[in-house]
Design a protein around this ligand. Structure first.
Ligand SMILES: *[C@@H]1O[C@H](CO)[C@@H](O)[C@H](O)[C@H]1NC(C)=O
Ligand SMILES: *[C@@H]1O[C@H](CO)[C@@H](O)[C@H](O)[C@H]1NC(C)=O
Ligand SMILES: *[C@@H]1O[C@H](CO)[C@@H](O)[C@H](O)[C@H]1NC(C)=O
Ligand SMILES: *[C@@H]1O[C@H](CO)[C@@H](O)[C@H](O)[C@H]1NC(C)=O
Ligand SMILES: *[C@@H]1O[C@H](CO)[C@@H](O)[C@H](O)[C@H]1NC(C)=O
Ligand SMILES: *[C@@H]1O[C@H](CO)[C@@H](O)[C@H](O)[C@H]1NC(C)=O
Ligand SMILES: *[C@@H]1O[C@H](CO)[C@@H](O)[C@H](O)[C@H]1NC(C)=O
Ligand SMILES: *[C@@H]1O[C@H](CO)[C@@H](O)[C@H](O)[C@H]1NC(C)=O
Ligand SMILES: *[C@@H]1O[C@H](CO)[C@@H](O)[C@H](O)[C@H]1NC(C)=O
Ligand SMILES: *[C@@H]1O[C@H](CO)[C@@H](O)[C@H](O)[C@H]1NC(C)=O
Ligand SMILES: *[C@@H]1O[C@H](CO)[C@@H](O)[C@H](O)[C@H]1NC(C)=O
Ligand SMILES: *[C@@H]1O[C@H](CO)[C@@H](O)[C@H](O)[C@H]1NC(C)=O
Length: 721
């Protein structure tokens, strides 16, 4: 496939219908899946035609709110949005009958604050789904109208679909059909969704649970639709001019539509509700020109790496959809209209492709981090013991399952934080902890081949197979030998909890309830995550495993489901003397007996095990001489000898290397480079400098030590050789 002369999200920001209000947010989304998947129209089965889907990676024929929420990633730029959005696929049919899919880079999704009632925009509820558009339409229907009155005029519903031809010259007006397919900068298909809800049904097959506003993009909701949503609007730019159309073929959408009147869009909610609720309240009704940066709650979850983080998932249906095809996916006939297409034309008869739904868990990716028993792996001090059959549980003292967070490091941190020596990962998503290993366990299984849900390059056990790690830190005690009898589990009795949980957790490392977003600035600026299973323990483990396995100094929980990590506390928090500055009274989404902050307030904890990296004061005969710049524009600061190593570099390693070559100076740079000399080459601009820890990188061979930074050396000197 040829990608592509226009950027996927051309900066040409048309939204021609925009009036004076500019209250909305928008996000870019790359493609996460392509195929005959449509859990709204064809739940549990193959869809009639193929779709391009953006959003949560768990999209599939059986996708639900909770499965989407548990997606490993989203291809949209706001990581708290694991919703799925989909539209039909555009193909070009060559004169000889072959079809070729038209490249595009995904979609741009808008949440527009519109309507008379826009001050009262509500979030899409859990489980909510809707479809806009009419796949069977092949001409403009001027009779079906929205609801309106003399003040707020109504409008043909068919206007929900529009096409824009992105030309170099003056742009022709948009039309509700594919009116021109020779567009130098791409052809944009747009769909507007219903913004009025009956307040009751999460989905109805005829979509009567929702209605359009009177002017579709503005106005009032009809009687019986009391709830106002943001107006969802989706744009997809097709690189039509990347297709060689000289043979006089035609463009056709995957449901057999060469007109564009049948363009449609589907939305299945997968938002983190806490985030969506705040965004709906704060960011859809203030004029902010669509900037995510104007919406702190969304900015906290914004990433530019959405396409790389969540690439297109493998085919779930054993059917080709990309490249050159003999026919449209499914047995779709082309129906030019103007009459409506019939289901016989658009639905598959006998030649339905058998669904070959493969579990990605069982497919072994090419490059896994491998580790042999006895070696250390994951967090510092953890030795790998091996893979054991786990039909009788090997570790029984604590367990945790997470489709979202599980990795070797996460499980190790989870168990360590609970005081357990042994940790084990299983089935991609399960973590077991204990201080004893079941008697009779033999590490001889070969079935630990599942990738970890949160890290596709690590193994996390298999079906009844567990990878076990031993935290060799002396402070973690293994208890008495396993007796073979599991403790009697306590009855799962329901304990009524107080209406508002205790405001201050009793944990020794609890710091207090701290304000967040003071002046719009996050208090903890390291990694962050959120989810409907959030607990204090999850956040502790997440932050302890983050920062390249090194952990963060502090963690904080907010808004019941959000977790933030960081290494510095803003001085204004004054935590030691003012333990509670704010009211943290929301239960944790994953454990209602725990407190997880509140709106814009954090339950703050200290990761007491955090041990910051240090500048080694010496290595053998070499002693630290501070830092030295290495601008390297005219040559290196140290020029006697040099080595680079991606896995072994430490200050010791470098000192030994330079000693072996009879040099007095040794310098480590950029985490992994080592330079030696007998003099400092000030002539090339090298100067002594302070050692700013924000610029220093940890040594690739020892994360507790600093090894210089970009154009910055940690310098060491030995007077004797
Ligand atoms: C979808 O659900 C149906 C009904 O529960 C089940 O038979 C089918 O195997 C599921 N398909 C996938 C891909 O999970
Ligand atoms: C049809 O034409 C396209 C474009 O020229 C070509 O790539 C394809 O191979 C042809 N298909 C067949 C079946 O000849
Ligand atoms: C146009 O819409 C009306 C009202 O919904 C419907 O009865 C009619 O069948 C539609 N016509 C076409 C050609 O889709
Ligand atoms: C139209 O509906 C709006 C909102 O319900 C109402 O305020 C207005 O008075 C109505 N106008 C007419 C002419 O009925
Ligand atoms: C994934 O696992 C590999 C191998 O253990 C590790 O190097 C990498 O840092 C991990 N990635 C993340 C994001 O944790
Ligand atoms: C599992 O443990 C039980 C009780 O200790 C024992 O009877 C059984 O044989 C064990 N099964 C396997 C497969 O090891
Ligand atoms: C692993 O060891 C157990 C116990 O000795 C034995 O029953 C089992 O067959 C072995 N499995 C493999 C794959 O070697
Ligand atoms: C785990 O590590 C501790 C400390 O090094 C050691 O005493 C213990 O024997 C190890 N456990 C196993 C099963 O190797
Ligand atoms: C911290 O709180 C103490 C006691 O309330 C107060 O004396 C001190 O000035 C505060 N420090 C800052 C930096 O606000
Ligand atoms: C709480 O923190 C804010 C800054 O976020 C500060 O202005 C205020 O004085 C603090 N209140 C107390 C009681 O420390
Ligand atoms: C919920 O939190 C309480 C208090 O921290 C803890 O005792 C309990 O084990 C937790 N439950 C789960 C399922 O994590
Ligand atoms: C966090 O814990 C460490 C280790 O116990 C301690 O040295 C440090 O003072 C604590 N930080 C705060 C802010 O309480």
């Amino acid at each position: 496939m040829h990608f592509k002369s226009i950027p996927p999200f051309a900066a040409v920001f048309s939204l021609a219908f925009l009036g004076s209000v500019e209250a909305f947010w928008r996000m870019n989304c790359a493609v996460v899946h392509t195929g005959r998947v449509d859990p709204l129209v064809n739940p549990g089965a193959l869809a009639a035609h193929a779709h391009t889907i953006v959003g949560g990676s768990n999209i599939g024929v059986n996708a639900t709110y909770s499965s989407l929420l548990n997606s490993q990633c989203t291809s949209c730029e706001i990581t708290a949005d694991k919703s799925a959005y989909w539209t039909p696929l555009l193909y070009y049919q060559h004169a000889n009958g072959s079809f070729e899919d038209v490249p595009h880079g995904g979609s741009v999704i808008y949440y527009l604050g519109r309507g008379v009632n826009k001050a009262n925009i509500q979030p899409f509820p859990k489980g909510f789904m809707m479809l806009s558009g009419d796949k069977a339409a092949r001409s403009y229907n001027s009779t079906a109208m929205t609801w309106g009155n003399a003040t707020y005029y109504n409008r043909p519903i068919a206007d929900r679909v529009s096409f824009v031809c992105l030309t170099d010259g003056p742009q022709p007006p948009q039309q509700p059909y594919m009116f021109d397919t020779n567009c130098a900068n791409g052809m944009r298909a747009q769909i507007q969704f219903q913004s009025c809800w009956n307040g009751k049904d999460l989905y109805k097959a005829d979509n009567s649970h929702v209605a359009y506003m009177s002017q579709i993009d503005d106005g009032i909701c009809p009687p019986g639709y009391p709830v106002q949503f943001a107006q969802l609007f989706m744009e997809t730019d097709y690189a039509v001019n990347d297709i060689n159309t000289s043979d006089g073929g035609r463009f056709v959408f995957s449901q057999g539509d060469p007109t564009g009147y049948g363009f449609h869009g589907d939305f299945q909610n997968g938002w983190d509700m806490g985030v969506q609720t705040v965004a709906a309240q704060n960011c859809a009704a203030t004029d902010n020109f669509g900037q995510i940066s104007a919406c702190p709650i969304l900015q906290a979850y914004q990433t530019d790496a959405y396409a790389a983080n969540c690439p297109e998932m493998p085919q779930q249906v054993g059917e080709k959809v990309h490249g050159l095809l003999d026919k449209l996916p499914g047995c779709i006939n082309i129906t030019p209209g103007p009459g409506r297409a019939t289901s016989a034309d658009m639905e598959c008869g006998p030649n339905v492709v058998k669904a070959v739904i493969s579990s990605t868990k069982d497919s072994v990716p090419k490059t896994y981090a491998t580790v042999a028993p006895g070696q250390s792996f994951g967090l510092p001090g953890h030795n790998y013991l091996g893979c054991a059959t786990d039909s009788n549980r090997t570790l029984t003292e604590a367990r945790y399952t997470s489709e979202t967070y599980m990795s070797v490091e996460f499980c190790q941190a989870y168990c360590t934080n609970l005081g357990y020596r042994y940790s084990g990962v299983e089935y991609g998503s399960e973590c077991y902890c204990g201080n004893q290993i079941r008697t009779g366990t033999v590490f001889n299984s070969t079935r630990c081949l599942f990738q970890c849900n949160a890290n596709g390059t690590e193994f996390c056990g298999g079906t009844f197979a567990i990878n076990v790690y031993n935290n060799t830190a002396a402070t973690i005690a293994a208890t008495a030998a396993y007796t073979g009898v599991a403790a009697t589990p306590t009855a799962n009795a329901y304990t009524a909890v107080a209406a508002v949980p205790a405001a201050v957790p009793s944990a020794k490392n609890y710091l207090g309830c701290a304000k967040d977003l003071v002046g719009g600035v996050r208090t903890l600026t390291g990694d962050s995550t959120s989810g409907s299973t959030m607990t204090v323990e999850i956040c502790a483990a997440y932050c302890a495993a983050g920062n390249n396995g090194y952990g963060f100094n502090y963690y904080g929980l907010e808004y019941s489901s959000q977790c933030f990590c960081g290494n510095t506390l803003p001085p204004m928090l004054n935590l030691t003397s003012t333990p509670s500055n704010g009211t943290c009274n929301q239960r944790c989404a994953g454990n209602t007996t725990e407190v997880c902050g509140g709106p814009s307030v954090l339950s703050m904890y200290n990761n007491t095990a955090y041990n910051p990296p240090k500048i080694a004061s010496s290595a053998g005969k070499f002693v630290s001489k501070g830092c030295l710049t290495d601008p390297n524009t005219k040559g290196r600061a140290l020029q006697g000898a040099s080595t680079t190593s991606s896995t072994l570099m430490t200050v010791d390693y470098c000192a030994k290397f330079c000693l072996g070559k009879n040099f007095h100076y040794a310098g480590v740079e950029y985490g992994q480079e080592c330079y030696c000399d007998n003099q400092i080459r000030t002539s090339v601009g090298a100067t002594a400098t302070t050692c700013p820890t924000t610029s220093l990188k940890t040594c690739v061979g020892n994360k507790q030590q600093y090894c210089g930074g970009p154009a910055l050396l940690n310098l060491y000197y030995s007077s004797s050789l």
